[in-house]
Design a protein around this ligand. Structure first.
Ligand code: LMR
Length: 399
């Protein structure tokens, strides 16, 4: 039966971690996957998460199935984190929230919903985008195209191109937008540009689909990083929005996140929620309970919430600081090149502009593991290794 099965290629992002693990070099550096590391380059479990888990141990709750759409306390606090506790959308039940398997699982439920209830609609993705977006929509049988986003000339946003493409898409298309800290470029629209994007989506009757995977990691502030979806909601736009707690709470392996549908009518929200539950039931039945309890303990409690904010500021601060160090070393070692994009870009990543051949040199010669598109995760860099990385980049460009 299975003899004809072809070998699949390694995953462009997670495959980099496998290659890193296989290397025995003491110099090896994993800048592939976007996962936070300490200055010692070790994985980090947030103190506030450990505290929440201690409380959970005391409570000794059972391991019964969660409802298909997840833990009620989680659903409440995740919607509030997205739209604000005082949101009228939440008060009026104009939001359907389903706890799902982190960013990917939540996007996949959204994609399944689009396939079933918005058939024939095309999804527009930014060029470039997180590699898995294409997989997820294709896997759900949803057609995708790309809109212009990144301008390699300015190493910034091609706002005019983006607007032109969103305008050129057929009315009622679905536009995927990175809520903050665009992956892989680290280039976000300004607030004024977000306003224009919202107005254009409104004018065209498009359905935005926000992917919010880095709330708190762009600016260090959870509120600030929710600017775009909150503003879209205030303007009365309907939209879909996936959320992930992998990065901001460091819950990577717990697979905790949500898919939300913000709509203009509470009855519609109820129906959309019922369909998303059907999709989830068929795919994985119901979501895992442990991570959802952690989120509910932390996000739902004022003191823990404040502790979380402080830890997130610490994490995003460390990334900003290694960004600064890398920039200084690059300027010192190759002053003829303009490196200002390194400190302009935000979030976990820097989009270096390295070509696939240069990336190969980074890995083969310098043991720096990174994705082929030239993205490096600064969350995986330490201050002590910043000079080494700068040497590797300069050598890869010059040779
Ligand atoms: C990344 O882009 O590195 C992360 O979102 C991890 C992943 O699942 O790809």
């Amino acid at each position: 039966f299975m003899e004809g099965t072809e070998q699949a290629p390694p995953d462009p992002i997670l495959g980099v971690s496998d290659a890193f693990k296989a290397s025995t070099s003491p110099d090896k550096l994993n800048l592939g996957v976007g996962a936070y590391r300490t200055e010692e380059l070790q994985p980090y479990v947030l103190e506030v998460v450990k505290k929440a888990e201690a409380i959970m141990m005391e409570k000794a709750e059972n391991k019964e199935y969660l409802p298909i759409d997840g833990l009620p306390a989680f659903k409440k606090c995740t919607a509030e984190l997205l739209l604000g506790a005082d949101s009228s959308i939440i008060a009026e039940n104009k939001i359907a929230t389903l706890q799902s398997l982190s960013g990917t699982g939540s996007l996949r439920i959204g994609a399944a919903y689009i396939n079933a209830w918005l058939p024939g609609k095309t999804v527009y993705l930014s060029n470039p985008t997180w590699g898995n977006h294409k997989n997820i929509f294709a896997d759900a049988g949803v057609e995708w195209k790309m809109y212009r986003y990144f301008d390699p000339e300015t190493v910034g946003l091609d706002f005019a191109g983006m607007m032109e493409d969103i305008k050129g898409a057929p009315d009622g298309s679905i536009i995927v937008l990175h809520g903050c800290a665009h992956n892989p470029t680290g280039v976000d629209p300004t607030k004024e540009q977000w306003e224009e994007i919202a107005s254009l989506c409104q004018e065209k009757g498009h359905l935005p689909f926000f992917d919010v995977a880095y709330q708190g990691f762009a600016s260090g502030s959870l509120e600030e990083d929710a600017f775009a979806p909150r503003m879209f909601a205030e303007k009365g736009l309907e939209f879909l929005c996936s959320q992930s707690y992998s990065k901001n709470l460091g819950l990577y392996g717990e697979r905790v996140g949500a898919i939300n549908a913000v709509v203009n009518d509470a009855a519609v929200a109820t129906r959309v929620a019922s369909q998303m539950k059907r999709q989830a039931r068929a795919m994985y039945s119901n979501p895992p309970v442990h991570g959802a309890r952690i989120v509910s303990e932390v996000v739902g409690d004022e003191d823990m919430f404040n502790e979380w904010k402080a830890e997130m500021e610490m994490m995003s601060g460390r990334i900003k600081s290694v960004r600064g160090k890398l920039y200084d070393y690059l300027c010192e070692k190759m002053p003829e090149k303009d490196w200002s994009f390194v400190t302009r870009q935000i979030g976990m990543f820097s989009f270096t502009g390295l070509t696939p051949a240069q990336v190969e040199n980074m890995t083969n010669k310098w043991e720096v593991y990174m994705t082929k598109d030239g993205r490096i995760s600064l969350a995986g860099l330490s201050a002590a290794k910043a000079e080494y990385l700068a040497d590797a980049i300069v050598d890869s460009i010059k040779n």
